[in-house]
Design a protein around this ligand. Structure first.
Ligand code: BMA
Length: 336
């Protein structure tokens, strides 16, 4: 059964982004997401100490864009770096990692950080990432200018990954998706929703969705870019993992979540919308990984620029339209 899709699906409360990087879908393609012809948009070594730059987050900032980038260095330490771009394509990434200001020394020194997401919320930019505190958990920090970063309490106990803040309060509270994990290459994982009155204390945890047996998302799932609010629900791009005889394969799927109770899944597509195929997605430090972690959206047109890590080595860019992605979720749902 397919749900009846409405004739128009609009972005709610988004802004116009006249400088959004964009290419039209190539002639003859029927893909819901199509790749930038200049990929990878950020190479593995944009500065000499970088081993790889991937799974990173960008947002509109000033007249252009800013971002927080996962850069693994040549000791293979996982660091977070700031970067700026006028056009979303040509990025200047600071070779020095971000040094977070931490008010409470009990939070400990920065050990590692990876897979950041960035959201504009209440007039500030908030970064969430996988932060070491006796194992991986969700770090949160805010910045006004992408120069000074102020770290808050970790959101959850270890072990947790893929913390994704919603871009507004929901039901009067801040809202975050996360994926409880173990301290290794977790062979399980469902997406959960949590609320907070103050971005410090998190509770009212709700299950959102889990892995799907015998599919591209059979092993685990985790939130991707910050969700986009549409007239049909929150548009969520997420990653799903299959365990092949040669290791994990990371692909991307799409779902629509209820606007006021986002732990309720309105629609979820059965097929993936992006899977490793290009050489830079299949060959790298970890082969066969696409890991979407940011989306720029031009609200009036619904055009999307999707940034994703490829093979844990480079950052790639792809394009889609909000209404078409939402329709994939509505019109190609899994049998229930
Ligand atoms: C996950 C995270 C991601 C990475 C993926 C594939 O556990 O570490 O950063 O892209 O594995 O290696």
């Amino acid at each position: 059964m397919t749900a009846a899709a409405p004739s128009s699906i609009e972005v709610v409360a988004g802004r116009a982004l006249p400088r959004l990087p964009w290419e039209e879908r190539p002639p003859g393609s029927t893909e819901p997401i199509w790749r930038y012809s200049g990929n990878p948009v950020i190479p593995a070594h944009p500065f000499p100490s970088a081993n790889s730059v991937f799974n990173s987050a960008v947002v509109p900032f000033g007249d252009g864009f800013a971002g927080v980038f996962r850069c693994d260095d040549r000791t293979r330490r996982m660091q977070l770096h700031r970067g700026f771009s006028a056009d979303g394509l040509d990025w200047g990434i600071d070779p020095d990692p971000i040094r977070f200001r931490v008010d409470d020394p009990e939070l400990g020194a920065f050990v590692y950080g990876y897979d950041p997401r960035v959201v504009e919320l209440d007039g500030r930019y908030y970064v969430t990432w996988c932060n070491w505190y006796h194992g991986p958990t969700i770090g949160i920090a805010w910045t006004d200018d992408f120069v000074g970063f102020h770290k808050l309490e970790n959101a959850f106990l270890p072990f947790n990954r893929n913390g994704v803040l919603f871009p507004r309060k929901i039901g009067g509270r801040y809202a975050m998706l996360s994926r409880p994990s173990d301290d290794g290459h977790t062979p399980f994982g469902d997406v959960f929703y949590s609320e907070s009155p103050d971005l410090v204390f998190w509770g009212r945890h709700r299950h959102v969705f889990g892995a799907v047996p015998n599919s591209w998302q059979a092993t685990k799932v985790g939130g991707g870019p910050v969700p986009i609010e549409t007239s049909e629900g929150w548009l969520l791009l997420y990653h799903g993992v299959l365990t092949s005889c040669n290791g994990f394969v990371y692909s991307a799927g799409v779902a629509l979540l209820d606007r006021s109770e986002p732990w309720k899944v309105l629609a979820r597509a059965e097929p993936y919308v992006l899977a490793p195929d290009a050489s830079y997605e299949r060959i790298g430090d970890v082969p066969n990984v696409v890991f979407p972690s940011a989306m720029l959206c031009d609200a009036p047109t619904g055009r999307l620029a999707i940034y994703y890590g490829a093979a844990d080595t480079v950052t790639a860019l792809a394009f889609a339209r909000v209404d078409e992605l939402a329709r994939v979720a509505l019109e190609q749902p899994a049998e229930s």
